[in-house]
Ligand binder design. Structure first.
Ligand SMILES: Cc1cc2nc3c(=O)[nH]c(=O)nc-3n(C[C@H](O)[C@H](O)[C@H](O)COP(=O)(O)OP(=O)(O)OC[C@H]3O[C@@H](n4cnc5c(N)ncnc54)[C@H](O)[C@@H]3O)c2cc1C
Length: 347
């Protein structure tokens, strides 16, 4: 088994760690800046082959890689945009079954999530196959930090035969955090019932946008209609795997956490210091969520329209919490949190 990981400008996509972990640490890293991507994945990779290619045309990539994959039973590709482009082409050239959206692999049975995770299917793999793995669903075993992967270089094939034409590359547009697929988001601000009203969720969106973050929510929030269903994180929502997760008024129920992946950094704002979300956090701020958001909005000079955050009554806890004024909102500014794009613990 081997993972094939498309790399852009030294950054491996969301899902790279899950794919490599599933393949036992063996991967072909292909694209631009592959050595940087390998360095960022130390501790996850055991053995890596790197193939430097300036452009990631999926047809050319599939034609270049397929001769090296003929002998490999199972090829694992991250379900990132580039991975989803590549996998069906590999399956076609190698004449193999394609199994997409895998969240678990045990022996010869792949578990796949369908319909936004509402339906789970078990598929028996009875021959060579290409599979795509959902980001954040498989975590890497802990290896010593100083373990350096065995590295080999693959010479680029200047004219792979039988490459189907690729579309002309015009420009790579950055994703809009407000509308992008939550599964791809590197920074997420999550809102829970503790924010207390739809208005406060709009305030969360305003602050998130200014910080280049996407917004997510708990099921309580989507059930109330304060956020759309495609923003729900968890077992019956989207599986995410950001570098940074900032949770406001989120208790951290297991059904929420199980869709969270393994963020490098978690910041939690909650009036209950003993909530599971606060226990998971690198930075736990005991304070009123809307008040912290308002303080952030003010520091960022954001117009919040008519939103005047009302303190929300803490639920089932004594208001022993630190007064909102004592909160130092700069602690959650993005530049105060060191982001390690594509780092070993990033997925
Ligand atoms: C089959 C099933 C599937 C589910 N799937 C999902 C899923 O996919 N995703 C999901 O999220 N949930 C899911 N749930 C629901 C899950 O069990 C929890 O009920 C839900 O995650 C809790 O959401 P919450 O944290 O917003 O609300 P609560 O549990 O009510 O927590 C609110 C939190 O806000 C804090 N708080 C209160 N006031 C304030 C304030 N003023 N400022 C700051 N903090 C404050 C409280 O201390 C508390 O920690 C599922 C449940 C079931 C049974």
């Amino acid at each position: 088994m081997i993972a094939v990981v498309p790399v852009r400008d030294g950054v491996a996509p969301n899902g790279a760690v899950a794919a490599i972990a599933l393949a036992g640490g063996r991967a072909i890293m292909v694209g631009s800046g592959t050595r940087d991507a390998v360095a960022a994945l130390e501790g996850v990779l055991v053995e890596a082959s790197v193939l430097e290619m300036a452009e990631l045309g999926p047809a050319r990539l599939a034609a270049t890689l397929s001769p090296r994959l003929i002998e490999v039973d199972l090829v694992v590709v991250p379900a990132s945009p580039d991975g989803r482009d590549l996998a069906p082409r590999l399956a076609h050239i190698l004449n193999r079954e394609l199994i997409t959206g895998v969240i678990r692999l045990r022996n010869d049975t792949a578990t796949v999530a369908r319909h936004d995770g509402r339906v789970v299917e078990h598929i028996t793999i009875d021959g060579p196959a290409i599979i795509t793995v959902v980001p954040g669903t498989v975590s890497a075993p802990t290896r010593p930090d100083d373990q350096v992967p065995v590295l080999t270089e693959i010479e680029p094939d200047s004219s792979p035969t039988s490459a189907a034409p690729d579309p002309d590359f015009v420009e790579l547009m950055p994703a809009d955090p407000a509308t992008m697929d939550l599964a791809e988001a590197r920074r997420i601000m999550g809102g829970g019932a503790g924010l207390g009203s739809a208005e406060h969720l709009r305030l969360l969106e305003t602050v998130a946008l200014a910080l280049g973050a996407s917004t997510g929510a708990t099921r309580v929030v989507t059930d109330k209609g304060w956020m759309p269903l495609d923003r729900q994180i968890g077992t019956t929502g989207v599986a995410v795997d950001p570098d940074l997760y900032m949770a406001f008024g989120v208790s951290g129920a297991v059904q929420h956490i199980s869709g969270l992946g393994t963020p490098d950094h978690i910041v939690a704002v909650n009036t209950d210091p003993s909530s599971p979300m606060m226990n998971m956090a690198d930075l736990a701020i005991v304070a009123d969520g809307p008040a912290v958001l308002a303080a952030l909005a003010s520091r960022l000079d954001l117009s919040t329209g008519t939103v005047e955050p009302q303190a929300v009554e803490p639920q089932a806890v004594e208001p022993q919490a630190v007064e909102p004024e004592t909160v130092e909102p700069q602690a959650v500014k993005p530049d105060a949190v060191k982001l390690e794009e594509g780092g070993p613990a990033g997925e």
